[in-house]
Ligand binder design. Structure first.
Ligand SMILES: [Zn+2]
Length: 561
């Protein structure tokens, strides 16, 4: 538990959680996908529900992660108890190291999620964090917040919904979920727990909107397990299966299918092995023993005795599937192979995925990338009818959809109204919400600034130069050295990442720039740099249709300025 300062050191206004009201501030995940972080306040006390990151857009070049505005945690007036996690997906736990760099608080979460976090913390050189396991059926009192953990099913083991009793009223935060009665180790969605909490009376329900646009119900993992078994049985040669590393239920199904078909399993991709190791240690109820062989031993087996499980379902160039597809892996595609894409294609990655899959087709593999003829993938997020079940079981006074684009959340809001919820609000990240038994209202926008992690440094868009990286990638860069001598001006121009007409343009511009600046030599250094930049950009725009970044070094009388 940490007493926060008041007011904040950097003069931003402090955030207040008044008595008798639920205060909710999403730091991400509402209005876009990923980076799920929900600040919850009441009676001057605060908790953070989930602490996730998201992967950067293609324009955010050179960055690995987008991190929520954890600096806001130092602006909370009162007591910040720590972070309570629902499950171990990166978009729910990836920001924990960054939270701990900002505030040294306890982290509560299911053991599988905490196991994954331990690995992340080691990468960030963070030791002795206060990681405290939670479990379904257990409760946890953090000041005015009385948590009860409800088991839910999803595409990763050990997932919880958070039922929270507060002086202002009860709240249910679903986290990611689906209602799946067919998980390998008998894990069941706690529908009875949901209904009982609903019967108690729930002021606020916040539920996952990811799959609101999918009609009906999601397929069960059990159906996919059978589909994978059928697909593998029907394959004459080697089988490659692309899947998300975190879905160890799927891995369990593949192990069982391999055993039944007399095949060995070779895991290609470090993250697969990492998740497997954590699951074996922290979620032992799932039997993840399997007929695994090492990559070096593959040659001892016939093609019909092999299954390769691979990372890289989104066509990532450095992952196993893309490297195999492009011939940059020890294992290459052969006639008679089968590729089963047991994962969703994320819309922004379709081109890369198509190129990767084409490589398999070109090499003679048969490719199945949809649930036809066999069901080989299912989503971990509840579809329309499952979301309707939750709304009917909980019957909240107020419903706020979370985890989705604006359109998804609007659709989810429509469903809630159809299910009879009287107060339905759609808000986006940064919008402050106050709720009491008698009213709910938006209390304006809070300025939040997401930051970026580029593999070694963590900073804002401007401090990491992300805009400039993007400009250089699209328009190239030009270094100009201008030397002001007593009787003339010399300019040297060097371009990178842009057309130069075989170097001729660099020479031409250097000559023209020297002439141009000769008449301006009395001007200030700043003005000369500015004129140089404008001149060079103008020429390249006319000749090459590009506006490169221009860096100028100015030397007067032999001295750099
Ligand atoms: Zn998830």
């Amino acid at each position: 538990m940490l007493q926060t300062k008041s007011p904040s050191a950097d003069n931003h206004p402090v955030l207040v959680a008044p008595p008798g009201k639920l205060t909710v501030l999403p730091l991400g995940g509402l209005g876009s996908i990923g980076m799920n972080n929900m600040l919850l306040g009441c009676d001057g006390q605060w908790v953070l529900l989930d602490a996730g990151v998201k992967f950067p857009d293609k324009q955010e070049i050179g960055t690995d992660l987008v991190v929520p505005d954890v600096k806001i945690l130092s602006r909370l007036e009162g007591t910040f108890h720590g972070v309570v996690l629902t499950h171990g997906h990166e978009d729910h736990i990836g920001a924990v190291p960054f939270v701990l760099k900002e505030q040294w608080v306890p982290i509560w979460g299911p053991p599988f999620a905490l196991g994954l976090i331990q690995n992340r913390l080691r990468e960030h050189d963070i030791h002795n964090a206060q990681l405290r396991p939670t479990a379904p059926g257990n409760s946890l009192k953090l000041g005015v917040f009385d948590f009860q953990f409800l088991r839910v099913t999803h595409s990763i083991p050990d997932c919880l919904s958070l039922a929270i009793r507060t002086p202002a009223g009860n709240m249910l935060f679903t986290g990611d979920f689906k209602i799946d009665g067919g998980l390998p180790c008998g894990t069941e969605f706690d529908a009875a727990g949901y209904k009982a909490f609903g019967d108690e009376g729930v002021l606020l329900l916040m539920a996952d909107s990811t799959n609101i646009q999918r009609a009906g119900r999601t397929l069960s993992e059990a159906t996919v397990a059978q589909g994978l078994l059928d697909a593998i049985s029907a394959s004459p040669g080697r089988v490659f299966i692309g899947m998300f590393s975190s879905n160890v239920y799927r891995l369990h199904s593949i192990f069982r299918a391999a055993e039944k078909t007399g095949r060995k399993v070779c895991l290609l991709g470090r993250s697969l092995k990492r998740y497997l190791e954590v699951a074996r240690k922290h979620y032992p109820k799932l039997n993840l023993s399997g007929p695994i062989i090492r990559e070096n031993d593959v040659s001892r087996y016939n093609p019909s005795e092999l299954v390769f499980v691979c990372t890289g379902t989104q066509g990532e160039s450095r992952a196993a599937l893309a490297r195999i597809s492009s011939g940059n892996h020890r294992i290459s595609v052969q006639q008679g192979d089968t590729l089963l894409m047991s994962a969703r294609a994320i819309p922004g990655n379709l081109r890369e995925i198509a190129a990767m899959v084409d490589g398999f087709s070109r090499g003679g593999a048969h490719v199945q990338s949809r649930n036809d003829p066999w069901p080989i993938h299912t989503s971990g997020h509840a579809a329309y009818e499952e979301l309707a079940d939750v709304l009917r079981w909980i019957r909240p006074k107020i419903f706020v959809p979370v985890h989705g684009t604006r359109t998804f959340m609007e659709d989810h809001a429509d469903l809630a109204e159809d299910c009879g919820v009287s107060e339905v609000l759609v808000i986006e990240s940064g919008e402050l919400l106050r709720a009491t038994q008698s009213e709910v209202r938006s209390d304006g926008l809070v300025e939040i600034e997401q930051t970026y992690y580029d593999g070694s440094r963590w900073g804002s868009r401007s401090s990491l130069g992300i805009k400039e990286r993007n400009e250089m990638a699209h328009n190239g860069a030009i270094a100009v050295c201008v030397q002001m001598l007593p009787n003339r001006v010399l300019a040297h121009v060097q371009a990178e990442g842009i057309w130069t007409d075989g170097g001729q343009l660099e020479q031409d511009v250097a000559g023209q720039l020297s002439d141009y600046l000769t008449g301006l030599r009395q001007l200030s250094d700043d003005t000369i740099r500015q004129e140089t930049r404008l001149f060079v950009r103008r020429v390249w725009r006319q000749k090459a249709g590009k506006k490169p970044l221009v860096f100028t070094t100015l030397i007067r009388s032999g001295e750099a300025t």
